[in-house]
Ligand binder design. Structure first.
Ligand code: NAD
Length: 428
């Protein structure tokens, strides 16, 4: 009886964010690698709220369970502690491949692991996509342009990367990940089959219908031989927002934390180098840092049921963007995945500012008296960064909509709460 009462209590108290009902025909099985990280957890929220079945795979190197804990126990959600450098056998329709450290301190911490994640990890995910006939979207980066000589950066620019510099493990790792995507897309199926046969278990795949629950292992009935892998490549420019790691080490989080703590805002070099920042996603409805099941007070703009007047993505056959209101990077990723654009697409905010302007703006928004401190320039730090997003506008109908100050205010609110949370829980 006690157990029954507990279950009953649980069913009354356990609340998930609202999830749209999708018929089996429309519901997709979606894998998000790196789904417990900053971008991946917001993407997971959107996909779950849109009614899909989502499997998050993460090794928690920079990600946190807290970012997705509000979904744990939901029948459409699964969280797997797994390193993408090891093969994964699972049955899915789409793969958002985000697993990779993203900020310089985290990718420079273990450059060999960063390289393995972006090379072997991407090969593993492409191999999985090939076996189960899934479409794969690679979260690539503006870093493939290096310290660019073309401004703003268009997708046809080949980049200017130092292959032996401190950032190379990430920049070159992502460049080769892109190369792998297009090799898997273009290579004739019989050659890929041969490679697979010689590298894996030697068995040719057996054609068959996909079915839920099979593991997509080589040679399993779900290994469907087809044309090359369908790939999508998003070149993501600097993104910020709630759930960024406190020790992220990139300029937005550094400045906000320094301003909130009354420390000097550290600018590397003269501060005249430029960056353009996009917001991650507007509709966070769950707080991070509190109980998994405590919904944040939804504001008019965060209510999932209401149409967001600023939303630029209109559901259509082309974009496939669906109902849960969200914007900016996350919507761009979903629109790209569901589009027919297989070449790389820049996703970023073209509003460009100098680092010094950012420092002043954040100081003012926080209301901080912090000084600005100039330190020596970081090696290979790009001098200019600004996406050309004509392609995303034209092909996906996408552009960022959250004004910089509004996004910064939300991020400041989040970091303030995180500092309070750390102080109360001595969380590191
Ligand atoms: P993040 O560090 O918050 O998330 C990355 C996630 O991947 C983390 O949860 C981490 O634990 C996981 N991960 C790392 N290595 C893994 C491995 N070997 N196996 C399984 N999981 C692993 O970073 P983010 O900002 O959310 O970035 C997500 C993706 O977007 C990354 O691929 C990054 O390169 C790309 N990107 C991000 C930005 C940005 O500004 N945030 C810009 C360009 C590209």
């Amino acid at each position: 009886l006690r157990e029954k009462i507990r279950d009953l209590e649980k069913s009354f108290t356990q609340k998930y964010p609202p999830v749209k009902f999708l018929s089996e025909k429309d519901r997709k099985r979606i894998l998000v690698t790196g789904g417990a990280g900053f971008v991946g957890s917001h993407l997971t929220d959107k996909l779950m709220m849109d009614g899909h079945e989502v499997t998050v795979v993460d090794n928690f190197f920079t990600g946190r369970k807290r970012n997705v804990e509000h979904w744990i126990g939901h029948e459409n959600f699964e969280l797997i502690n797994h390193d993408v450098v090891e093969p994964l056998y699972i049955e899915v329709d789409q793969i958002y491949h985000l697993a990779s450290p993203a900020s310089p301190p985290s990718y420079m911490y273990n450059p060999i692991k960063t390289l393995k994640t972006n090379t072997i990890g991407t090969l593993n995910m492409l191999g999985l996509a090939k076996r189960v006939g899934a479409r794969l979207l690679l979260a690539s980066t503006s870093e493939v342009y290096g310290d660019p000589e073309v401004h703003p950066q268009t997708e046809d620019y080949w980049g200017h990367v130092n292959p032996i510099g401190p950032r190379a493990c990430y920049d070159e790792g992502k460049r080769v990940a892109e190369t792998m995507c297009y090799a898997y897309m273009k290579q004739p199926p019989d050659l890929i089959t041969e490679n697979r046969a010689s590298h894996q278990d030697g068995k040719a795949p057996v054609s068959g219908r996909k079915s839920r629950g099979t593991c997509g292992a080589p040679g399993s009935p779900s290994s469907v031989l087809q044309e090359g892998v369908e790939v999508r490549v998003a070149r993501i420019f600097n993104t910020f927002g709630p759930r960024m790691h406190m020790n992220d080490g990139r300029v937005v989080s550094n400045f906000i934390l320094q301003a909130l703590q009354g420390e000097p805002l550290t600018v590397y070099g003269s501060g005249s180098q430029t960056r353009a920042f996009q917001y991650v996603r507007t509709s966070e409805i769950y707080k991070v840092g509190n109980s998994a099941l405590s919904p944040a007070q939804p504001s008019a703009s965060t209510l999932p049921q209401k149409a967001d007047p600023r939303r630029h993505i209109i559901p259509s056959a082309n974009t496939g963007a669906s109902s849960a209101p969200s914007s900016d990077l996350v919507n761009g990723l979903v629109a790209l995945m569901n589009s027919n654009v297989s070449s790389p697409v820049n996703l970023g905010n073209p509003e460009e500012h100098t680092i010094l302007e950012f420092a002043e703006l954040i100081k003012n928004l926080v209301g901080s008296g912090s000084e600005i401190q100039f330190l020596s320039e970081a090696q290979d730090d790009p001098q200019k960064r600004k996406p050309d997003i004509k392609k995303a506008k034209l092909m996906l109908g996408w552009e960022p909509v959250v004004p910089l100050e509004e996004g910064l205010n939300k991020a400041i609110h989040y970091f303030r709460k995180e500092l309070e949370y750390q102080a109360n829980n001595q969380y590191i």
